[in-house]
Design a binder for this molecule. Structure first.
Ligand SMILES: Nc1ncnc2c1ncn2[C@@H]1O[C@H](COP(=O)(O)OP(=O)(O)OP(=O)(O)O)[C@@H](O)[C@H]1O
Length: 254
């Protein structure tokens, strides 16, 4: 199904954002925004600084409350839920700054996020059963860290720390994962590996990524949504939006 050409009433989407608006003291940071994300889709949101990209993710994950509009995740309205309820519903969000535990190993960081032990006390003292160990290994493999399971997290490279954080979300099996500039500060090799990683993880989930690196965008995006002043300026394939004169004028030409 073509997510871009979707109708508001369609309920087959993983995520349906409709008429989403938030005002900060009268300033509309997100203004009547509608878009739809399909199963297994990688959607990339691009746009100039201040366009409202991060605010959209904040609205979806419940960190910011919408002034009006709707966010439906598998037909469940999210705008009335609290942040932790949205996580529980299956939406994971990675912020720009890594929030890993530097003095714990990769294994322990992943284990800590296993749904059974949500707080530090619970996670460190619950018995490591075979199910947890196998899940940690499976995720570590997915994020290229299977040989680093016993390494302390502060010894990892910047890119590996970013992957670990993605892993800490993956271990909770979200159906929708949202990543804010996942390759910022990464080497060329790490960017390539991250693109492959994203492809792997969308085998059974959808991903929304905010990104500025157009080469990376072209590599990963199924659809691109271009935002400007809280609204959608253009939508389509990376190839299509790259050639759009409006997009070149407000963003790519700078
Ligand atoms: N809590 C808030 N209170 C007031 N204004 C806010 C708040 N959050 C965001 N804004 C404003 O909303 C606008 C959109 O910000 P946002 O961070 O979403 O943009 P962005 O597209 O993610 O930009 P960047 O690429 O620089 O990260 C900006 O003008 C910002 O100052």
């Amino acid at each position: 199904m073509n997510a871009v050409a979707a109708k508001a009433t369609n309920t087959d989407f993983v995520l349906a954002v409709e008429g989403l608006t938030v005002s900060f003291d009268g300033f509309k940071a997100v203004d009547d925004l509608s878009f739809y994300v399909d199963e297994k889709e990688i959607r990339v949101i691009i746009g100039p600084n201040g366009a409202g990209k991060t605010t959209v993710l904040d609205l979806i994950c419940g960190r910011t409350k919408a002034t009006s509009g709707s966010v439906k995740f598998r037909n469940k309205e999210l705008t009335t839920l609290k942040e932790h309820e949205i996580v529980k519903a299956g939406v994971g969000r990675k912020f720009q700054n890594p929030s890993i535990y530097e003095d714990l190993t990769v294994f322990e960081n992943l284990e800590l996020c296993y749904p059974r032990g949500r707080n530090v006390f619970g996670a460190l003292f619950f018995k490591r059963d075979a199910k947890v160990i196998s899940k940690v290994r499976e995720v570590a493999e997915m994020i290229n860290l299977k040989d680093e399971l016993e390494s302390q997290a502060d010894l990892l490279s910047h890119g590996q720390k970013q992957w670990l954080e993605i892993g800490m979300l993956l271990i909770q099996d979200p159906d929708l994962l949202m990543l804010d500039e996942p390759v910022a500060g990464m080497s060329v090799t790490e960017r390539k590996q991250t693109a492959e990683l994203l492809r792997r993880i969308t085998n059974d989930r959808s991903v929304i990524v905010i990104e500025h690196d157009m080469q990376f965008v072209a590599e990963i995006a199924d659809h691109v949504t271009v935002m400007h002043q809280g609204k959608i300026l253009a939508e389509g394939s990376a190839e299509k939006v790259k050639q759009d004169p409006k997009v070149i004028e407000v963003y790519l030409g700078h």
